[in-house]
Design a protein around this ligand. Structure first.
Ligand code: TTP
Ligand code: MG
Length: 346
């Protein structure tokens, strides 16, 4: 049933350390070595990220500014400068392009690189990663962490393992053991809600996931179940797709007959969400907004959106929001001929 392991590729995942905060400390020497938070200075704002000095106090991305200040009274709030981060992101990409053209950016500060064949003719992925990190350090005065493995999933987890300034290689021969030990929270799409559900089922690590059949995983976790099934077995054949930074994922479906019954529409929404999850698992890109789209039998297009301040990183949470939007809307029992769902906005 499962596909063979393809372990002959070399993939690097690069992720900048405390990206916005590091750029601010680089450009403002007076903030170096100090706890800073980017954004969150307004009364109700949340912070985008914090310097490592601030993280020692427990300050984190997505935390309300007032709470961060409670944890770290010395905290300096600095304004967000998206234009500068976008510019630096371009400079980082230029460095990547010296080594390969197979670059898939996931956000301003992270990208996958396929360096199986690389422009500098190096054999070891680790050597290429080290050179990239060096270039970034020397030319941009910033640090990056890199993960190297034979597939995207493991490379991405590896880049997060020894932050900041980390370089972690997971050789294919160690992959299975590594995945078995991995806590479920590290798997794609598993946020707090899904982790709680898994824990309740006795699933805490990759090894626990592995004892489940494909059918049971699909039944409990939808399309993402198949991803879990494959990934704990080290199977991830997704290619590095150049220049494909996704802004949104959208799926919609025209119904065979107009529907106004909530339950019937919920079933259709589940189909749409299943398809969306399938694509989400492939792209593994995050968003903060879930949008429900409906077309009425009178061809009127209606959208209902919900945006969170922080990225929604949980598949069950995305489902819950979409269903809530539908329930709210269908209180007025409109006759519907098309239903769709979009997940967007990093
Ligand atoms: P991350 O790579 O998640 O975080 P980071 O680079 O700040 O820190 P780390 O060393 O752990 O990688 O995100 C990259 C940037 O995206 C981050 O600097 C700020 C922004 N961001 C938000 O705006 N909101 C968020 O919720 C998160 C997590 C990040
Ligand atoms: Mg980062």
């Amino acid at each position: 049933m499962s596909e063979p392991l393809h372990t002959d590729r070399k993939i690097i995942h690069v992720d900048m350390d405390a990206f916005y905060a590091s750029v601010e400390q680089r450009d403002h020497p007076e903030w170096r070595g100090k706890p800073i938070a980017v954004g969150g200075g307004s009364r109700r704002g949340v912070i985008t990220t914090a310097s490592y000095e601030a993280r020692k106090f427990g300050v984190r991305s997505a935390m309300p500014g007032f709470k961060a200040k409670e944890l770290c009274p010395e905290l300096i709030f600095v304004p967000i400068r998206f234009d500068v981060y976008r510019q630096v992101s371009g400079e980082i990409r230029e460095i990547f392009s010296r080594y390969t053209d197979l670059i898939e950016p996931l956000s301003f500060d992270e990208a996958f690189l396929d360096i199986t064949e690389n422009k500098v003719g190096l054999e070891l992925g680790m050597e290429v990663a080290r050179m990239i990190k060096n270039d970034i350090q020397k030319e941009l005065q910033l640090t990056a962490s890199a993960g190297v493995s034979y597939c995207k999933f493991i490379a991405k987890i590896a880049s997060d393992m020894n932050k900041p300034d980390g370089l972690t290689v997971i050789h294919p021969s160690r992959a299975i053991e590594f995945l078995e030990k991995l806590p479920v929270e590290k798997f794609f799409g598993v946020g707090k809600v899904t982790a709680r559900r898994m824990n309740a089922l006795g699933i805490y690590t990759g090894a626990d996931l592995k004892t489940w059949t494909l059918l049971d995983l699909i039944e409990k976790f939808g399309k993402t179940g198949r991803f879990f099934y494959d990934i704990v077995r080290g199977i991830d054949n997704r290619l590095v797709k150049p220049n494909r930074m996704r802004k949104s994922l959208a799926v919609e479906r025209t119904l065979h007959e107009n529907l106004e019954d909530l339950q019937a529409l919920q079933a259709k929404l589940d189909e749409v969400l299943g398809k969306l999850e399938e694509r989400l698992v492939k792209s593994q890109s995050w968003g903060r907004t879930v949008t429900l789209k409906l077309k009425t039998s009178a061809f009127q297009i209606l959208t209902r959106s919900h945006t969170e301040d922080v990225v929604i990183r949980d598949i069950i949470e995305i489902r819950r929001i979409a269903h809530q939007l539908l329930e709210q809307h269908q209180r007025s029992s409109v006759s519907i001929r098309l239903i769709g769902d979009t997940y967007s906005n990093q």
